[in-house]
Design a protein. Sequence first.
Length: 380
Amino acid sequence: MPWNTLLIRATSSCDGECFGCPLRIPESKEKIILSYKLFDKFIENLKDFFFDEVVFLCPNPFLHPRLEYLVNKVENISKKIYLLSPLKSVKPINKNILKNIDELIFMSSNRQQLIVKEKMIKTLISQGIENISIYLTVRSLEGLLENILSMLCILEKYNVKLRVGEPPYMNIYSPNIVDYIRKRGYEVSLPHGYFIGYRAYTAFIEDRVLTLLKKPLTENCRKLFIDPAGRVSKCPLTLNIINEYVEEASIENLRSIMFSKCKFKAQLSEMVPYINISFILKDNVIIPKDVLDLLEVLLHVRSFRQACQVLGYNPSTYIYKIRRLEKKLGYKLLDSHKGGYKKGFTILTPEALRIVEKYKELREYISKKLFEENYVNFMI
């Protein structure tokens, strides 16, 4: 049965700092928010069309100054309203904004973010905000089961649901999470419906229940997406393939976009570009991609062991790898502090910070250029 989803990206800015997220923009870049007047026009153009769900996507929609107004405008055109926000930026919330929200979904790329924000989640629940779930975004299957088990242990204390899937509507290749869980001997149901436009499966892991999400990729995929600039397309992944501006989009145009065939489905049958970024320094010293990824995660979690757990790396192997690399480079990459009242931590040296910033800048530049050429399915 066809499922109608309206996707809204209310702002181009974000404060979530999620690892590897292509939606983050530097402070120096211009930020765009969806004009409420354009949104009024968009809703007017929809006439009496009705959706099964409306989803406010990342970047952080709470940064939109009139989010409550946008939410209220879609109340009468949808059965369900969902709001996605980075877990790392969770803070006290105006309950008026949430009165029409069916589920507030906090995005997290690893269990460490949940551990850090557990107290705030507890505070929100104690204030009567109980329609909360956590969405574990998966970019790699390495270490996934450990992340899931750890997060389930924390969330069951507060009766909070766990959703697991790819970062919603990002321009990257999708790991097959459903097959991954099944191959590890856990029970996974047949698809039983949709959630934020994805096919939903129920998984049972050690007597705990969670939801796995997978791209539908069917002819009946019916979505409509509006971005902060007022451009309309079938979904964020096809923004540069089919788009209209709100001012020019009649109900006929909008229906045509929504009922069009999935362009992304066709690209999945093609070869998927895989870009491996490494740095070559003086004397042909190479800093490989796995070490660059480790340094980037370490920047956020400040624990070498936890950074390795997030990426599925063996800590002993990688501490040796880092030390050998430091010897070749002639300078340190990590600055570790053991024990004391701060319980020990590891941070990046200024040289390592410079390397990570260059890596992030280059990765985001390549992602942008590929997307501009209509490559919506690639790994980097």
